[in-house]
Design a protein around this ligand. Structure first.
Ligand SMILES: NC(=O)c1ccc[n+]([C@@H]2O[C@H](COP(=O)([O-])OP(=O)(O)OC[C@H]3O[C@@H](n4cnc5c(N)ncnc54)[C@H](OP(=O)(O)O)[C@@H]3O)[C@@H](O)[C@H]2O)c1
Length: 258
C-alpha cells in the first residue's frame, strides 16, 4: 500500500473483497478492490499555483516535508523563489520557485491555491500550460459580510466545475478545501489529523490525489464523489470558519466508519 498512511487503522476485513458472486451464485464477480489500495505517488512533481499564499505555502511545506518534489508558483517568479527560500529555512530541501506557467509546465500534478476572485483569470491564462496535467482545485468560493462567511455559488456550480470548463485538456479534481493553513505552516505540528475529501470524475485521478493527501502524517484522502457535488464541499468552509471563530480553533474534518 505505497500511497497509504502508515498510521491508519487496518480496513476491517468485512469491508474488503467480500463480494465474490451474484445473489444467484451463478456468475462469479471479481473481488471488490480495496479502496485503500492507492498508487505510489512519491515520484510525482507537485506544483502549487498561488504557492506564496498561506494555503499554498502550507501545502508545499507539508508535501515537501513528506519527501515530495514541490514547485511553488506565483504571478511573479521572484515571489515564488522567496517563498521557496523560506521553506528551505524551515528545513525542507528541494522546493523550487517559478512563475505560475513554468510551475504548471514543470509539474505532474498542479494544485490551484489562488483566491476565488483570481480563479477564472488564472486558469484561463494557464490553459495550455495545464494541458495534460492532473489539476487539484482547493479553492473555496466564499464571501464575507457583517454576519461572517457565506458560500458563493459560481455560475458553473463550483470552482472545480469552473476549472473543468476552462481547462478542457486537463484532468480536474477537487481536494484540500478543509485544511487549516495555520496548522499546515506550523513546523511544531507533527501530524494533521484530518480527512481530505477528494472529488473527481476518474477513479485513477481521485486515487492519486488520495495517495498524495496520505503522504502527510495524520491525513487521509477520502473519495467523496463527482465534481457535480463539489459545491457543498467547497461551501462547508463557511461553516468551519464559524466553528473556528466560536471555539478559537483550527478545525478539520473526520469522516467516520471508514
Ligand atoms: N487559507 C486557508 O486556510 C485555506 C484553506 C483551504 C483552502 N483555501 C483556499 O486556497 C486558496 C488560497 O488561499 P490563501 O489563503 O492562501 O489565499 P491568498 O494568500 O489570499 O492568495 C494565495 C496567493 O494567490 C495569489 N493571488 C492573489 N490574488 C490573486 C489573483 N487575483 N489572481 C491570481 N493570483 C492571486 C498570490 O500569489 P502571487 O501574488 O505570488 O501570485 C497569493 O499569495 C483560496 O481559494 C482558499 O479558498 C484556503
Amino acid at each position: 500500500m505505497p500511497g497509504g498512511s502508515p498510521e491508519r487503522d487496518p480496513v476491517p476485513p468485512s469491508r474488503v473483497g467480500s463480494m465474490t458472486s451474484t445473489d444467484s451464485g451463478s456468475t462469479p464477480k471479481p473481488p471488490a478492490r480495496d479502496p485503500w489500495d492507492l498508487p505510489d505517488v512519491s515520484g510525482l512533481v507537485v506544483g502549487v499555483l498561488g504557492g506564496t499564499g498561506d494555503q499554498g505555502r502550507g501545502l508545499a511545506y507539508r508535501l515537501a516535508r513528506a519527501g515530495q518534489k514541490v514547485i511553488i508558483g506565483s504571478r511573479v517568479a521572484e515571489r515564488a523563489e522567496t517563498a521557496a527560500a523560506g521553506l528551505a529555512e524551515m528545513g525542507v530541501e528541494g522546493v523550487e520557485g517559478l512563475d505560475n506557467a513554468a510551475c504548471a509546465r514543470s509539474s505532474d500534478v498542479v494544485i490551484v491555491a489562488v483566491p476565488w476572485e483570481g480563479h477564472a483569470k488564472t486558469l484561463e491564462s494557464l490553459k495550455d500550460a495545464l494541458a495534460g496535467k492532473l489539476v487539484i482545485d482547493c479553492v473555496n468560493p466564499i464571501g464575507f459580510d457583517k454576519k461572517g462567511a457565506y458560500a458563493i455559488t459560481p455560475e458553473e456550480g463550483s470552482a472545480a466545475e469552473q476549472a473543468v470548463a476552462l481547462l478542457p485538456e486537463s484532468r480536474v479534481t477537487a481536494a484540500f478545501h478543509h485544511l487549516s493553513a495555520v496548522l499546515l505552516q506550523d513546523p511544531s505540528v507533527e501530524r494533521i489529523d484530518t480527512d481530505v475529501m477528494v472529488l473527481g470524475e476518474a477513479r485513477a485521478d481521485t486515487d492519486l490525489v488520495q495517495a498524495l493527501a496520505a503522504r502527510i502524517p495524520g491525513m487521509r484522502g477520502i473519495f467523496a464523489g463527482r465534481l457535480r457535488n463539489a459545491h457543498q464541499v467547497e461551501s462547508l468552509v463557511a461553516n468551519l470558519i464559524s466553528v473556528n471563530r466560536r471555539y478559537k480553533a483550527h478545525a478539520g474534518l473526520r469522516v467516520t466508519d471508514i
